[in-house]
Design a protein around this ligand. Structure first.
Ligand SMILES: NC(=O)c1ccc[n+]([C@@H]2O[C@H](COP(=O)([O-])OP(=O)(O)OC[C@H]3O[C@@H](n4cnc5c(N)ncnc54)[C@H](OP(=O)(O)O)[C@@H]3O)[C@@H](O)[C@H]2O)c1
Length: 265
């Protein structure tokens, strides 16, 4: 396994949950981290929980939903650290609403945030990695990036889109020495369902019972980083819910039956 010390990681969605877990894990291993999300104060709290020097991190707020051109923020990263070794596209929002009750504006918001924001950032970082002659780009998908699931239509679609994009990116950039990983969490104990949006765009505002009893974001971060350092193409992380990925692949009829029976919250 390669060393983390002194490598440069750019993590989106670093203010909470899995992204916070990843940022703190890397910082503890003496990696350098660019922490991004919308909320600069929350990002600062993530680093304040650790005793680290300002040379080791950069707080870089951005809104994935409104990211058209990020050349200026990429330059801020290069001014501070001169290179980008790892881009972890983790920021995103979830959904809790039926197709029949979801405004198109909500479908678009989820695609803009989870898919297009990630694409904009990846396209800005890719030339830097090509010039460096190395790099690793990861995208945090979901088990519902592998199959559709109730109350997650746009969310699931945004994660499926990531698979198409990042698998293509991988195939195109092998010769450039750029690795690509798709991270596929099942259920991780974060506030994701709290911030999920419903059909009219309002916040769902509840912690789903299934979420509360799941793997911690610290444990998830450890598994994800290990997978990245071993250049894994897909990193499944979570509990027994991951079985659904294998059931969908090998026993599709059973999957179709279960997907109407398993609790969606
Ligand atoms: N937890 C799970 O069970 C689970 C399962 C499958 C996949 N995932 C995926 O894991 C990733 C992390 O989720 P999480 O569970 O850690 O949830 P979380 O605690 O809600 O974290 C989401 C992160 O995304 C950021 N974010 C949201 N909208 C953003 C925007 N428009 N621009 C920039 N940043 C934005 C949030 O920060 P700000 O509010 O500060 O912007 C926050 O840091 C997501 O992609 C999610 O889809 C999670």
């Amino acid at each position: 396994m390669q060393k983390i010390e002194n490598t440069v990681w750019w993590i989106t969605g670093a203010s909470s949950g899995i992204g916070k877990g990843l940022a703190q894990f890397i910082l503890r291993k003496k990696g350098k981290v660019v922490l991004s999300s919308r909320n600069a104060e929350s990002l600062q709290k993530v680093v304040d929980e650790l005793q680290i020097a300002t040379e080791q991190y950069l707080i870089l707020p951005l809104d994935l939903e409104k990211l058209d051109d990020c050349q200026i923020i990429v330059e801020q990263v290069l001014n501070k650290f001169s290179r980008i070794d790892y881009l972890i596209n983790n920021g995103g929002i979830s959904q809790r609403s039926l197709v029949s009750e979801t405004n198109l504006a909500v479908d678009r918001k989820i695609m803009e945030t989870n898919f297009f924001g990630t694409v904009v950032l990846t396209k800005a970082v890719l030339p830097i990695m090509i010039t460096q002659g190395s790099g690793h780009i990861a995208a945090v998908s979901s088990v519902v990036g592998k199959f559709g699931f109730p109350l997650r239509s746009a969310y699931s679609a945004s994660k499926h889109a990531l698979h198409g994009f990042f698998e293509s990116l991988r195939a195109e950039n092998k010769a450039n020495n750029i690795y690509v990983s798709l991270i596929i969490p099942g259920r991780i104990n974060t506030a994701i369902s709290n911030y999920a949006i419903i059909g009219d765009g309002k916040v769902y505002g509840k912690l789903d019972p299934g979420q509360a009893n799941s793997m911690s974001s610290e444990k998830a971060a450890e598994i994800i980083v290990s997978g990245i350092m071993h250049h894994k193409k897909e990193i499944l992380v979570g509990g027994k819910e991951l079985l659904m990925v294998h059931i969908r692949r090998w026993f599709p009829s059973l999957f179709y039956y279960l997907s109407t029976k398993v609790s969606a919250t």
